[in-house]
Design a binder for this molecule. Structure first.
Ligand SMILES: Cc1cc2nc3c(=O)[nH]c(=O)nc-3n(C[C@H](O)[C@H](O)[C@H](O)COP(=O)(O)OP(=O)(O)OC[C@H]3O[C@@H](n4cnc5c(N)ncnc54)[C@H](O)[C@@H]3O)c2cc1C
Length: 442
């Protein structure tokens, strides 16, 4: 391994991690004329990145021209399905005509290995420097102020007025330096994901896809992730399908099955097995997702440093939405702007960088986290109902409603209703649950 050339004092900012948040910060600062270096531990940006697959692009589209970006398919259809472990499936399918038009609701399936590398190239073209295969091991502090980083390269220290920590959910540097509490990292979900490769035509036939259109399918219930608070997903790329499960670390710790066993079980559900049959597994990964909501966000601004993206806990999981990519880019963008403003005034202390936090609070990022902050706790409280009783009740109710026999329809409707009411604890129980989840619709 070669020593890092001595770049001390050459850069205005060091970015730790060339993921979405780090690159967005680097690109924003480079466009503003700052000298920025991105340090990435992987052999190339994205090579270590795992995710389900929908990239939300409103801010990226403003930062750079996305027309040549390596995108797989736009989300033309979303499905949400309740699966019971008895084999029931109850689904809702959403495919607004507007999603088929540009900019396709800013929702694209991408492969991070390709996309992150391309995105980092945009920052390099704007003037940023990218150094790969370099792991930041610690922060250098003087009188409490962050003044640079140590890396795993011989003589690999680097100093600059500001360090941007975009190291993702496994934020060992921020924690090691005391900028983040270890228990902030305990508020995570675990995931297991595999990517399977198929013949493109067969994949399009199987999922009824045309051109660049794609399907984002979400699954809940004990048929998806067993006895756990979480869900499963299936996303179609051009020639591959990403299939995964995401559930709370607490359930993983107490559960009998490992995440890859949960994923295997999900793939065997009768609603899923025909969709993932055949093909060849080309990638397998496991990763953490922050889901502590607004209460577990660390202080984002420090003397000489800011924290962005997953490292700052900026992921929205509302059951319906799983959004981290847009929040990562948005936070990198606001951090980049705040740093440019502060350095313009010759400052890099926490008070001067404070506008990053203010901008984020005024943006949808913190507003959405605040709005759905209740969700994970309530979902855990209602775990038995949401993830076990409801999928079975929906399966039984729909089976009853549509059953062909010699009984009149009104009897079927009444029995179908009973299945739902019994699972909900009667009308009163249903009203109580509706009240608990009212913010889903307000
Ligand atoms: C299974 C799964 C499914 C998901 N699905 C979706 C989805 O469909 N849509 C969505 O919007 N979000 C999704 N997310 C969340 C989304 O992936 C993240 O919110 C997003 O990737 C965060 O970007 P980031 O730049 O903050 O972190 P990352 O993308 O994790 O990037 C961090 C980068 O830092 C590098 N790095 C880490 N430590 C160091 C170090 N010490 N030195 C140098 N480099 C370092 C890493 O190699 C990496 O390149 C999903 C996450 C998972 C795990």
């Amino acid at each position: 391994m070669t020593a890092t050339p001595n770049y001390d004092d050459e850069f205005d900012a060091i970015v730790v991690g060339a993921g979405l948040s780090g690159t967005a910060a680097a690109l924003t600062m480079a466009k503003d004329g700052l000298d920025v270096v991105m340090l990435e531990r992987g052999p190339s940006p994205g090579s270590k990145n795992v995710f389900g697959g929908v990239l939300y692009t409103p801010r990226i589209r403003e930062l750079t021209d996305l027309s040549d970006a390596p995108k797989e398919r736009y989300v033309a259809k979303k499905t949400y399905s309740m699966l019971s472990d008895a084999g029931d499936e109850t689904s809702m399918s959403i495919a607004p005509a507007a999603w088929r038009e540009e900019p396709h609701n800013d929702s694209w399936m991408v492969l991070r290995r390709d996309f992150d590398e391309w995105f980092a190239d945009q920052a390099v073209e704007a003037g940023a420097t990218l150094i790969t295969e370099t792991t930041v091991t610690d922060l250098i502090r003087e009188d409490g102020t962050v003044v640079g980083v140590e890396t795993d390269r011989p003589n690999g220290t680097l100093r600059a007025p500001v360090v941007v920590l975009g190291e993702g959910a496994n934020s060992l540097v921020s924690e090691g330096a005391g900028l983040k509490r270890q228990d902030d990292r305990d508020n995570v979900a675990v995931s297991a994901k595999e990517v399977r490769k198929y013949d493109r035509e067969k994949l399009e036939d199987r999922f009824h896809l045309d051109g660049e259109a794609g399907l984002a399918a979400h699954y809940f219930g004990d048929g998806a992730v067993g006895d756990a608070v979480g869900g499963a997903f299936l996303y179609t790329n051009k020639r591959t399908v990403s299939i995964g499960v995401v559930y709370s670390i607490e359930d993983a710790a107490h559960g009998e099955r490992t995440p890859d066993e949960v994923l295997d079980q999900f793939k065997q559900h009768p609603a899923v097995a025909p969709l993932v049959r055949g093909g060849r597994m080309v990638e397998y990964s496991a990763h953490a997702i922050p889901e502590g909501g607004p209460d577990s966000m660390p202080d984002l601004v420090h003397d000489g440093a800011v924290i962005v993206g997953d490292a700052a806990g900026l992921v929205l999981n509302s059951g319906i939405h799983l959004e981290g990519t847009n929040m990562a880019v948005e936070s990198g963008f606001h951090a980049g702007q705040a740093i440019a403003d502060a350095l313009d005034r010759g400052r890099s202390d926490a008070a001067a960088l404070e506008s990053y936090e203010q901008r984020l609070e005024e943006s949808y990022v913190v507003q959405n986290l605040d709005h759905y902050g209740w969700f994970m706790d309530t979902a855990a409280e209602e775990k038995e109902f949401l993830f076990e009783e409801l999928p079975h009740a929906l399966g039984d109710a729909t089976e009853e409603y549509f059953r062909m026999d010699d009984r009149p329809k009104d009897e079927h409707v009444s029995d179908a209703k009973s299945h739902i009411l019994n699972a909900s604890g009667g009308w009163f129980g249903m009203a109580k649950k509706a009240w608990k989840f009212r913010k889903m619709l307000s």
